[in-house]
Design a protein around this ligand. Structure first.
Ligand code: SF4
Ligand code: SF4
Length: 364
């Protein structure tokens, strides 16, 4: 059975809550002097202001340095062409969003090179995903510390630690593979020819004819058009058997097995209806909850998922089906997002972690 430590937000400063979680019972005792600790984060797209806060990262960096480690923060480039698709723009976005050395006390690195081609191939024993293409940076990481802003996600249902590792550490080729089953289609009768999807498509794959028309050869399956269409006229052609979330579980397993040591911190605050990839402001779905820490990536995502599902839904979010918001928030928001129960079970089956855990609440 695994352990998931939980510190609820209250009167204690969030910085102190993180210290309580990570310093208690030797949670970081496996961090050794001189370890290169790669702190996997998502710096948020430019224009997004609900991404992970730099102060949280700084607190973790300081704790790692206290143990004599050499921490750095990193992410890999995106497929879509906004502010993080190459290392130059990615750095500028990271600094713009507050992830400078002065703020977090560690350098920001891009894990798969200038344009996402600096990768390694990890062979796996799984028939479903035989090879994982991931940023080369993982070869030099002694210890992976994953900080994940837990929020909703159009494809994964929830974006947590598994999404952060399995999708976030994939190289460009890896991300293309993970997204390859997912292509959008336009519902002609709903399309009002407003052009919002055209303007938001990073690959210029959409033209306006009788209705918006998608060139599937150019489409990388990023989903920006779906979110930008206010008419709900674009849907995913969703392959239920081999979808992105399930494939990302196999990628996560390949990555976690490759790196000697790892820890996970999930941040349950500013829980938005979409990913930090979206360059927009968003209303929050539930009140801020707290921090979770664990050595088990499946347990921490499962615990985060249940805490958010059990929280009271807030108004003004744009729930598609408000009546479901208290029972199944993912279904209340999305038509086709993955069922987290489904891919967490697969994660458990392949030995990535367990959903059998103790949730230990800390009250400083
Ligand atoms: S955003 Fe929606 S309504 Fe507007 S053109 Fe695209 S598909 Fe049509
Ligand atoms: S058509 Fe939609 S999913 Fe495809 S690349 Fe453009 S925005 Fe992304």
């Amino acid at each position: 059975m695994s352990e998931v430590k939980f510190a609820k937000f209250g009167e204690t400063s969030p910085v102190d809550l993180i210290k309580v979680l990570l310093e208690d019972k030797g949670f970081l005792s496996d961090v050794k002097k001189g370890d290169f600790v790669g702190i996997k984060i998502h710096v948020g797209e430019r224009g997004n202001i609900t991404h992970l806060r730099p102060q949280i990262v700084r607190t973790v960096v300081d704790l790692l340095k206290k143990r004599g480690a050499k921490p750095f923060i990193f992410d890999c480039n995106t497929l879509y062409r906004l502010g993080r698709w190459n290392a130059i723009d990615h750095h500028q976005t990271a600094y713009f969003n507050g992830f400078t050395f002065a703020t977090v006390g560690a350098p920001f690195l891009v894990g798969d090179g200038i344009i996402g081609r600096d990768e390694i191939t990890i062979k796996t024993n799984f028939n479903e995903v035989k090879e994982a293409y991931v940023g080369r940076i993982i070869e030099d990481i002694d210890y992976l510390f994953v900080i994940s802003h837990f929020k909703f996600h159009d494809l994964f249902g929830y974006g947590g630690a598994i999404k952060n590792v399995g999708m976030g550490m994939a190289s460009r080729r890896g991300k293309l593979y993970l997204h390859s089953d997912v292509k959008p289609r336009v519902l002609e009768e709903k399309c009002k020819l407003c052009g919002d999807c055209v303007r938001n498509c990073p690959e210029k794959a959409i033209t306006l004819n009788r209705c918006a028309t998608i060139d599937l050869k150019k489409c990388i399956g990023c989903g920006m058009c779906i979110v930008s269409c206010k008419e709900g006229a674009i849907k995913f052609n969703w392959d239920q058997d081999r979808n992105s979330a399930v494939k990302a579980v196999y990628y996560t397993k390949a990555i976690i097995d490759k790196i000697p040591k790892s820890s996970f911190l999930n941040v349950l605050m500013d829980i938005t209806p979409h990913c930090d990839c979206f360059p927009t402001t968003m209303n929050l779905t539930v009140q801020n909850i707290g921090f979770l820490a664990s050595k088990d990536i499946v347990a921490i995502d499962d615990a985060s998922y249940h805490l958010v599902e059990e929280a009271k839904p807030l108004k003004g979010v744009g729930w598609k089906r408000e009546e479901l918001a208290s029972k199944n928030k993912v279904k209340a928001l999305f038509d086709n997002a993955a069922d987290m129960n489904n891919y967490l079970k697969i994660a458990e089956d392949i030995g990535l972690g367990t959903r059998d855990y103790n949730l230990i609440e800390y009250k400083p």
